[in-house]
Ligand binder design. Structure first.
Ligand SMILES: [Zn+2]
Length: 478
């Protein structure tokens, strides 16, 4: 009941805002052809768009470098602004901004990366500061930006991977022996990761974990407006990593056994791990330590916002990859979890979400819904299905005594005018803040017609985007 009256008060407050000018107060129309002047589209303005709905996560996954690493700053900036307007128009309140450690190196001024054609996009001293502008532009539109970062995976880079680079000037130095070694690579004669093209860090290297915490700390110090950290799949791509000398030594310490015998406890599929109680503890020791220390760091910052992770909806798939979600949830290290549930079948979606919620008793679950997904964009959902899945997540709130905190959409470049119009007139017809936020949200929406939205061109996939895809498919260069 109390909630109803406070909501009514908020509603009165937002109406006053409309009388003061709504869209023009927030100043959206600045780039030619980007937005029609506020008021021109009065007939299309949705009466309910500016009232405040129940708090929930309404996130979009975005890759700034892939979208806006074009030749001309003005064009990039205009496209970013169009994207932000579209996100606001849709009623979303969080952007997860993807960055890999080579991008972080550029962001933090590590010379080789900051001056590189491949990574200077992130260098805030190069002419524009895409992360800074994304944060401030989003904040003006009632949207938070969270850094979306991978601790272990996605170690591919046109330059030496920063964690494997012993010649850094600004960041802590690492080494190629921080890389993970797979069982197959070991059986092919590689004793450690210095002779392989390692695609992941070994989670059991304490200095690699410290490296990640150090660079994250520096990024959050530089950008205090970042409202959260979203960790991408913090483990291995496949189940047969890691068997490097560190991991074999850890096994020997744990079980007082010959280190070489660790090879007998590594499998290339998930199932055998659950028959073998000597397999998982070595594998998850490092990721457990990371999750704990990351949480302690996050809390020690004493800042608002949210710490979240994403991964599989199926714990049995993720645990042999080092992602020990049930334990992290029970320990309190996993405040928010985003299981990737990519399907067009609502019953399948519900079953997968139930499976996750039954497993994570002490986390808020906010699943990732696919608009377009798969390495070759193999799967997609039309706007009506996305809207149905958002409503389905809402209906699951409280299942297994777990909070369903909202939905993330994958990903930004799939946010078409169609999706925007269906979401803003459906599940997101009222603006809302994410539920860790104590404030209200008064986004300016209803100004852009379908024609306006179709006239926008918010993404420029540069030649680099093509190379990025190639790198993703073919391993890393060193
Ligand atoms: Zn290892």
């Amino acid at each position: 009941m109390a909630e109803d009256s406070s909501r009514a008060e908020r509603s009165v407050h937002t109406r006053r805002r409309i009388l003061r000018g709504g869209a023009t107060v927030l100043g959206t129309a600045t780039v030619a052809g980007e937005v029609t002047a506020a008021g021109e589209e009065a007939g299309s303005t949705l009466d309910s768009t500016l009232s405040t709905g129940d708090p929930e996560v309404r996130a979009i996954y975005a890759m700034p470098k892939w979208y806006w690493d074009g030749e001309r700053v003005e064009t990039n900036r205009a496209r970013m602004r169009q994207f932000l307007n579209r996100v606001e128009e849709t009623g979303l309140n969080v952007i997860y901004a993807w960055i890999e450690s080579d991008g972080v190196a550029s962001l933090l001024g590590e010379p080789a990366y900051a001056e590189s054609d491949e990574y200077d996009f992130w260098n805030p001293d190069r002419g524009w500061d895409p992360l800074g502008e994304l944060i401030t532009g989003a904040a003006r539109r009632g949207i938070e930006v969270h850094l979306w970062y991978s601790f272990v995976r996605y170690k591919r880079s046109a330059l030496p991977i920063p964690e494997f680079n012993p010649n850094l000037e600004v960041l802590p130095t690492g080494g190629r022996d921080w890389g993970a070694l797979s069982k197959s690579q070991y059986e092919d004669g590689h004793e450690d990761s210095t002779t392989v093209d390692a695609g992941a860090l070994c989670v059991n290297e304490p200095e690699a974990r410290a490296w990640a915490l150090e660079v994250l700390d520096r990024v959050f110090e530089r950008y205090p407006g970042l409202a959260g950290l979203h960790i991408e799949e913090p483990g291995y791509l496949d189940a047969e990593q890691c068997v490097c000398p560190r991991c074999r030594g850890l096994y020997a310490d744990f079980y007082d056994d010959d280190p070489e015998n660790y090879l007998d406890h590594i499998y290339d599929t998930s199932d055998p791990y659950f028959q073998d109680e000597m397999a998982i503890p070595v594998k998850s020791a490092g990721t457990d330590a990371f999750a704990e220390s990351l949480y302690e760091w996050w809390v020690s910052r004493d800042a608002a916002g949210a710490l979240s992770y994403n991964g599989s909806w199926l714990p049995e798939f993720d645990i042999p990859r080092g992602r020990n979600w049930p334990t992290w949830s029970a320990e309190g290290w996993l405040p928010y979890y985003a299981p990737q549930i990519y399907t067009s079948d609502l019953d399948v979606y519900r079953g997968r979400l139930e499976r996750t919620m039954e497993t994570l008793s002490d986390s808020v679950v906010a699943p990732v819904t696919g608009i377009v997904w798969g390495s070759d964009r193999t799967g997609s959902n039309d706007a009506a299905t996305v809207a149905d899945e958002i409503e389905l997540v809402r209906s699951m709130d409280g299942y297994a005594d777990v909070t369903a905190g909202g939905t993330g959409l994958f990903s930004g470049s799939a946010l078409t005018p169609d999706q925007t119009v269906v979401l803003r007139t459906g599940p997101y017809s009222e603006s809302a803040p994410p539920h860790w936020s104590s404030g209200e949200n008064e986004q300016t929406r209803g100004d852009l017609t379908m024609a306006d939205l179709r006239a926008q061109d918010p993404f420029s996939f540069t030649p680099y985007w093509q190379r990025e895809l190639t790198l993703a498919g073919s391993g890393r260069s060193q």
